[in-house]
Design a protein around this ligand. Structure first.
Ligand SMILES: [Ca+2]
Length: 422
């Protein structure tokens, strides 16, 4: 994920990279959960766990000397423990997220950074085949252009996650990764700082992403994603390139749908050539035609706020950005911010349904239970509106004669609760 911070976790399993401080804010933390402080007897339990972890790490190739040096005397970070334990009750609406992700300040700072780093970015764009404005947008979302990288000690934060809680498997793998960074001499011990969930540096790489993709671009022997911009941009470009990003192709285009558009004929995973979408009546939101786009390029249709909000055709570069952070909102923010940075219109023309209220966790579970009661299968009622829930929602909407956009809003829940049982 570009950044591993609090809320991005609410959008699915741990991402491969960190998402931004911002993306973290996508869901508001629920607040007053009672937490058990990890003290007293827990400290002894942590130490016992640590000894077992050291043995496992040795078997995975980490040297005993390094483990003794770095983990002896390690303690739980109780702040990290609490953050990890916090289940968000409310999700942020995508328009609220985008307001912050693509704010005037972030746009202005992005244009400034783009101008300042023009020569450096041009060289990296050429080397990796990734558009400079996309690199700047990710930089802006991940760390506010290097300003907010997090100052949690990564080893201690990851040891805390690996010990106990919802992310032990993630924490364990990343802790091993962080130790291997030190063993390889890629970064200094005092540099290993980041978010509470272990995402580090100006691009918020988690340790395994760092190991696989971080680059020593200036040839000083270190992959410095904290303070060396050659390394920062090259690492990000390398990751995007390996994720399938191709330069000079668009991430997506906002479209207008015909009034009678049948969403049920366009599930979100369907990739079709632009020409086929044009035949189905789609038009570019700015200008009427899609003719300026490659008519053979495969595109998916996304309507993140349902039929009443803006829709976009997104291309393979959008999917490459999703590998950085598996959130549609994040990938849209990267695309829009990159457009703004490069001097193109940065915001959607279509209006977001701002009067809609995002559903709470309990309401999302209620929606799933109601779908089940109505004879549709949304999967377990876990409050996560994933592919299965959206599919069931679309099927119910179609059966009820509503636009089958799979969008879960308060209005959807009301309609569903008022619908007759089969
Ligand atoms: Ca370097």
């Amino acid at each position: 994920m570009a950044t591993h911070r609090g809320s991005y976790f609410t959008m699915g399993p741990v991402r491969s990279v960190a998402c931004a401080a911002l993306a973290a804010a996508f869901a508001l933390l629920g607040g007053a959960h009672a937490q058990e402080p990890a003290s007293g007897a827990d400290a002894a339990a942590f130490n016992a766990w640590l000894e077992g972890f050291k043995r496992e790490a040795i078997s995975e190739g980490v040297s005993a000397d390094l483990l003794e040096r770095e983990l002896t005397g390690m303690t739980v970070n109780e702040r990290v423990f609490d953050l990890n334990d916090n289940q968000p009750e409310f999700s942020r609406a995508i328009w609220d997220y985008l307001d912050s992700a693509v704010s005037e300040t972030r746009l202005a700072n992005g244009r400034e950074g783009y101008a300042q780093e023009k020569a450096r970015l041009a060289a990296i764009e050429e080397t990796y085949g990734v558009d400079a404005e996309i690199l700047v947008a990710i930089w802006g979302l991940e760390s506010a252009y290097g300003e907010i990288m997090g100052d949690y000690d990564a080893l201690r934060a990851l040891a805390t996650l690996a010990w106990k809680g919802r992310r032990v498997s993630y924490g364990r793998g990343q802790l091993i990764g962080a130790l291997k960074i030190l063993e390889g001499g890629y970064a200094r011990r005092d540099e290993l700082k980041g978010s509470w969930a272990g995402a580090m540096g100006q691009t918020q790489f988690i340790p395994t992403t760092y190991l696989a993709y971080a680059v020593d671009a200036d040839g000083d022997g270190r992959r410095d994603i904290w303070s060396n911009l050659d390394d920062v941009f090259s690492s990000t470009a390398n990751y995007l390139s390996k994720s399938g990003y191709r330069k000079d192709a668009p991430w997506g285009v906002e479209v207008k749908l015909p009034a009678d558009f049948d969403f049920s004929a366009a599930p979100p995973s369907a990739r079709r050539p632009v020409a086929a979408w044009a035949s189905a009546g789609l038009r570019a939101a700015r200008g009427d035609l899609l003719q300026s786009y490659d008519l053979n390029a495969a595109a998916r249709l996304i309507s993140p706020a349902g039929a009443r909000g803006p829709s976009f055709l997104v291309f393979s570069n959008f999917d490459a950005i999703l590998k950085y952070n598996r959130s549609t909102a994040y990938a849209l923010a990267v695309g829009m911010l990159s457009d703004g940075v490069a001097g193109r219109p940065a915001r959607a023309l279509g209006a977001w349904p701002r009067e809609d209220r995002a559903l709470s966790l309990s309401e999302r579970k209620e929606l799933q239970a109601s779908l089940h009661a109505a004879g549709f299968d949304p999967g377990p009622a876990d409050g996560v509106i994933g592919a299965n829930t959206k599919k069931a929602l679309r099927a119910w909407q179609k059966s009820a004669g509503l636009p089958a956009d799979g969008y879960a809003s308060a209005a959807t829940l009301d309609a569903l609760k008022g619908s007759p049982s089969p």
